[in-house]
Design a protein around this ligand. Structure first.
Ligand SMILES: [Ca+2]
Ligand SMILES: [Ca+2]
Ligand SMILES: [Ca+2]
Ligand SMILES: [Ca+2]
Length: 463
């Protein structure tokens, strides 16, 4: 199984990542696919893992049913799911994304579909991965270097300098919302529970009160299992550690215990689409659109999504979803990937989607080096942030140290949220510009990132 740009990979756990499988995108089934149901097909240029018996197809708006039937018949495909999100509707599209169950070769089916009248796109249902493994099993008590700055105490000039912002009472706001597109979050974690979004528009009563298509989406939605429990826990170390870790870096509480996030106050929405065995394009689209729709439907202050995941190739359908987020003013902060390669020449998605709202993040170490695993790109990766030996909250109310661009990314997402708390009128473009323009020149990132620099949360706030 190829794992281009694993969202969070422990330096010592690379070999373990091959144990992951995938969930079906057919959310009504939720049965895990065995590894032999995923594939890659170099012959057609599909270097990435995808679901071997499915393709995604979208028809041009107005395509008649006869042409659709002919397209299905051409590949002996059956529609197993029709994804038509509120965000698509709001964007004026009448056709959604159909998941076609097929029996033949995916690449051949895509080629055949692309030649059929009315087909706007046909592409693989890619599988994205996380690798939720800590590089140590012990706890530590003061090594949160990613939050330090050159003149904070303790100090580390290569940290994000969030502590300097805290020192002048810039600690975030409960009126700023961030979406976490990832695994689930342990919403009861004692370092997170106060900063988990509770949906005021859909109380738990068995009814979809706000009509967004998700009944009782109290803290977000679990797109991997199609239910409202964003935390599934499982046995210790098996589920939701990665999402819980990301959440802690963005918004763990200042409460005298554990860790602190870039924001001591914020509200985090779980858009869970990574299950035990990864996630699919189909579910990633639903997760991204869910956040976009929440913002537009209710006018709530969703400023960014954190995307510490990757692995698929270019997907027009996912690109379109991120574009809808862009149109709604939601930044899309994405991990550059953990394969150590150059994204300019070997694209990593979703970080490489060329949209104004995307911020792609590389990982640096506590000595200012580009982390050995971090992907980079002079034109495609924006900046570096702390991503090696990062302590944060994990499931079962504990703390763990992880390494990866997955860990760097929430430092930047945290900066976005903190900026919005200080500058409530700022647009997405202004926030992105402030973070990029305030990046601190860093030799290891020179020629490797757009800014040539690393995140400085405190400097960004005054841009
Ligand atoms: Ca709802
Ligand atoms: Ca309800
Ligand atoms: Ca669940
Ligand atoms: Ca804490």
């Amino acid at each position: 199984m190829k794992k281009y740009y694993l969202p969070m990979r422990s330096l010592t756990a690379i070999a373990l990542t091959t144990t992951f499988m995938v969930f079906s995108c057919k959310s009504e089934l939720d049965e895990p696919l065995s590894p032999d149901r995923t594939a890659s097909n170099a012959r057609f240029g599909f270097r990435h893992e995808f679901v071997s018996n499915e393709v995604l197809v979208k028809f041009t708006d107005g395509t008649d049913e006869d042409n659709k039937s002919r397209a299905y018949g051409r590949v002996r495909g059956q529609v197993s799911e029709d994804i038509y999100t509120r965000a698509m509707s709001r964007a004026g599209r009448s056709e959604g994304i159909k998941v076609l169950a097929i029996t033949g070769d995916v690449a051949e089916a895509i080629e055949a579909l692309q030649a059929m009248p009315g087909v706007e796109l046909a592409e693989p249902n890619y599988v994205y991965q996380h690798t939720a493994v800590s590089n140590d099993t012990y706890f530590t008590n003061g090594s949160l270097w990613g939050m330090y700055g050159a003149s904070t105490s303790p100090a580390n000039q290569y940290g994000s300098n969030a502590a300097a912002a805290w020192a002048v009472d810039k600690t975030g706001s409960a009126s700023v919302l961030v979406g976490i597109v990832d695994e689930g979050i342990q919403i009861t974690h004692p370092d997170l529970d106060a900063n988990i979004w509770v949906n005021p528009f859909d109380p738990v009563n068995g009814v979809d009160d706000d009509g967004n298509g998700y009944r009782d989406d109290k803290n977000g939605w679990d797109f991997a299992n199609n239910d409202n429990t964003v935390y599934d826990g499982g046995t210790r170390g098996s589920l939701d550690d990665h999402g819980t870790h990301v959440a802690g870096t963005i918004g763990a509480e200042r409460n005298g215990t554990g860790v602190a996030g870039v924001n001591w106050n914020v509200k985090m929405i779980s858009a869970k689409f990574l299950g035990r065995n990864g996630g699919t394009t189909a579910n990633a689209i639903k997760a991204v659109d869910y956040l976009t729709d929440l913002k537009t439907r209710h006018g709530i202050n969703v400023v960014a999504s954190n995307n510490s995941w990757g692995g698929g190739g270019f997907s027009q359908a996912l690109y379109d979803a991120i574009s809808r987020a862009n149109n709604a003013g939601v930044l899309f902060v994405a991990a550059a990937g953990n394969s150590g390669t150059n994204n300019d020449t070997s694209p990593g998605y979703p970080a490489n989607y060329d949209l104004p709202n995307v911020i792609a993040v590389a990982a640096i170490t506590n000595t200012g080096a580009l982390a050995s695993f971090s992907q980079y790109g002079l034109t495609t990766v924006d900046l570096g942030a702390p991503g090696a030996g990062v302590w944060s909250s994990t499931a079962f109310s504990i703390y763990s140290s992880y390494s990866g661009t997955s860990m760097a990314t929430p430092h930047v997402t945290g900066a976005v949220a903190l900026y919005k708390s200080v500058n409530p009128g700022a647009t997405a473009a202004q926030i992105k510009a402030a973070i990029l323009n305030s990046a601190v020149a860093t030799p290891s990132l020179n020629g490797k990132t757009v800014t040539g620099g690393r995140l400085d949360v405190n400097a960004a706030l005054s841009f």
